[in-house]
Design a protein around this ligand. Sequence first.
Ligand SMILES: *Cc1c(COP(=O)(O)O)cnc(C)c1O
Length: 440
Amino acid sequence: MTTVAPAQTKIYPVTATINTKGHLVIGGCDTVALAQQFSTPLYIYDEATLKLMARGFIDAFRSRYQRTQVVYASKAFINVGLARLLAGYGLGFDVVSGGEVAVVRAAGVEPAKLFFHGNNKTPQELHEAVAAGIGHIVVDSFHELDLLDGIAAREERKQNILVRVSPSVDPHTHAHTTTGILDSKFGFPIETGQAAEAVRRAIASKNLELQGLHFHLGSPIFELEPYAEAIGVVLRFASKMREEGLQLRRFSPGGGFAIAYTEADHPPAPEAYAEVIVDAFRQGLSDYDLPDPELIVEPGRAIAGRAGVALYTVGATKEVPGIRTYVAVDGGMGDNIRPAIYGSKYVATVANRAAEAPSTTVTIAGKYCESGDVLIRDAKLAPVQAGDLIAIPASGAYAPSMASNYNLNGRPPIVVVADGNARLIRRRESYADLMIGDVL
Ligand SMILES: *Cc1c(COP(=O)(O)O)cnc(C)c1O
């Protein structure tokens, strides 16, 4: 057995190898055999990589600051099977909808371990969350403060909350995924005084218990400095608000930790993020003489991204002489919309001839009826023909979770691989699934 091209090892799951047949192997499973068993498109999650990243974040932070809770941002991808696995590694969960709450609860996760985020949670979602005993609701607007106070009163509960503030720090990532600058729909800006007003009103709300502050800068964040800067800004704000009664029992600098999608990406390791975040946190606590709050970090992409590999079958090829060659696969923007909405870059390999050096440049298109349905422009690949398998690594986060039924294609199945075994955690959607909500 050989390993995948050395320059790309950081992009593939940690168990990725190539067997003597030249097939890409993940978690001890031959991807060609997986394609035969489950058909394509198929999403493969490597259990060893999930565990390594989950434990990596937990250990990196706890070894530097014992009172840290690592919570997985479910929107990166969640279903019942994955939630069970991740809960077993000791992660809590961030959720952003009633649907995500329902899925993680169905996996047996205690509501007390949940942090409920979102800039416009509906009255029904808030009501269900309070009634279920959700641990913390992260309040994002004055509208929500009032709504939640009323709901908690009717439920006769005192609801723990965090207030999400916006520190006006730019993490230099895609505009669509930048969340902590002044001109953002998320959070109460500190700069304008609205964050101070939110803290005052939260403290005055009889049915809410303000536990602390939260911010999230965006994603993916390859730089470390924005975290340090924002932590300083928010702790300075916390110290000012102490005179008005704020007790900082919990503090969250959010998530946004990067992964490598291509050889050009150099994401910091969990230890590097932990070092900078904990240093800035301890520094701020000491500068402003604040007590030691619980630290809550929220990785999503960094847990699920590298663990996931998408597997497709090649169909039609179209050569436009002198311009480019399109190689079409049986999936596309319906299972991974990131290239279309963010211009995200990926690499690919021919999974059934993975040991062959790339010698052609082709554009990998999907099967959806949009010209923008291109997964990889100018992919370097071994020559391909119909029936070959294409694997796209680093597909575990924000691909299946953003999948749609556009063109009424069923969403792909998902398997978790470990030690040569593949376990189906989501089956392929059938035609009947596509009509399940239709009123006939
Ligand atoms: C999306 C999100 C995260 C996770 O972001 P990743 O880039 O997946 O780590 C964490 N916290 C909040 C509030 C989020 O909205």
